[in-house]
Design a protein around this ligand. Structure first.
Ligand SMILES: Nc1ncnc2c1ncn2[C@@H]1O[C@H](COP(=O)(O)OP(=O)(O)OP(=O)(O)O)[C@@H](O)[C@H]1O
Length: 305
């Protein structure tokens, strides 16, 4: 489990992370979302002991990272897949990490296999594509077979097959009982991968909630109704407390009334219904609504606070 309590980081007059408390639980994929500059990387760096908090603390398995006896066995992380010596082969890169951290050589073969890199294990990393580097970064993160995994933008630069592979890998790791924390700006991908979401803006917690609950909370969810006489039905629906808007093609977009109630009201008004469809908000829409103020604030003040 990964947790932070009132975690704070200030750089001069910039508060990058502001009293952030969160828990990343085992057995699920937790998506970590926020606009550019909202403090995600800084938070991850503090969890991994790469930046020192100005206030509060971060714990991995109940201890600060700096106190972990065998950190790679506690938490695996990929923050920057580019940070690999280009002259080394993939296998040598992983071997050197294993050697210096007391991890068996057998794990090197296992993670190469797991990440599909066995056929290129003897090739120099300098010639690797971005996707291959991502896989190598993930291989390194998994060397210690850790119960917690942190991946910063793991699908960056991956082709559709690579994206699907990461999705299955993350879900598989969660199913094995690991705590998986993953950041990404790709909302459709996140929607398919994460069970839980932590959303931050301006360094502060905006939401810490289940994926379905977060998306359901967006005001965009409505019911599309297609009828022959939209004007008549619209006045009936408004009379029943609905919030009704017209689409460009004449269909009605209704909020505040359940589909069943709309169908009943239409039947009672003797209006034939040709289509009645719930349009659920997407994660992207819910995310935009949730972070609207955080983004506006930044855009309005040139990124400073
Ligand atoms: N080393 C640093 N020195 C000064 N300011 C920093 C430093 N690192 C981060 N910041 C500032 O802290 C804030 C949060 O940055 P951070 O990189 O954590 O955001 P992020 O959510 O990861 O952004 P992105 O989505 O663009 O990666 C930004 O205003 C950034 O400019």
């Amino acid at each position: 489990m990964i947790e932070t309590h009132e975690l704070t980081k200030r750089y001069g007059s910039t508060t990058a992370v502001d009293r952030l408390s969160l828990v990343v639980k085992p057995g699920r994929v937790t998506g970590f979302l926020g606009p550019n500059g909202s403090g995600k990387s800084t938070t991850l760096r503090m969890i991994l002991g790469l930046a020192h908090p100005t206030g509060g603390h971060a714990l991995v398995g109940g201890r600060p990272y700096s106190e972990l006896r065998r950190p790679l066995h506690e938490v695996g992380a990929m923050l920057d897949p580019g940070a690999v010596h280009p002259g080394r082969t993939a296998r040598d890169h992983l071997r050197s990490i294993a050697l210096t951290t007391g991890i068996s050589a057998a794990r090197v073969g296992a993670v190469l296999e797991l990440t599909g890199l066995t056929p290129v294990a003897r090739r120099r990393v300098g010639g690797f594509s971005l996707g291959m580097r991502q896989r190598l970064g993930i291989a390194a993160a998994l060397l210690g077979d850790p119960p917690a995994v942190i991946l910063d933008e793991p699908v960056n630069g991956l082709d559709p097959e690579g994206i699907q592979w990461i999705r299955n890998l993350l879900r598989g790791m969660a199913a094995e009982g690991r705590a998986v924390l993953v950041s990404s700006h790709l909302m459709t991908e996140m929607e398919q991968t994460a069970d839980h979401l932590i959303v931050i803006g301006r360094g502060r917690l905006i939401a810490d909630t289940g994926m379905a609950e977060f998306v359901r909370g967006a005001s965009r969810t409505d019911v599309l109704v297609r009828v022959d006489d939209p004007g008549r039905l619209a006045s009936v629906l408004v009379g029943a407390g609905g919030d009704v808007a017209s689409e460009a093609d004449g269909a009605l977009a209704v909020r505040g009334l359940a589909p069943r109630r709309i169908g009943d009201l239409a039947a009672r008004a003797d209006v034939a219904v040709h289509e009645l469809a719930v349009r659920r908000a997407t994660l992207e829409q819910a995310y935009f609504e949730a972070t609207e103020n955080a983004v506006e604030y930044r855009a309005g003040d040139g990124g400073r606070r």
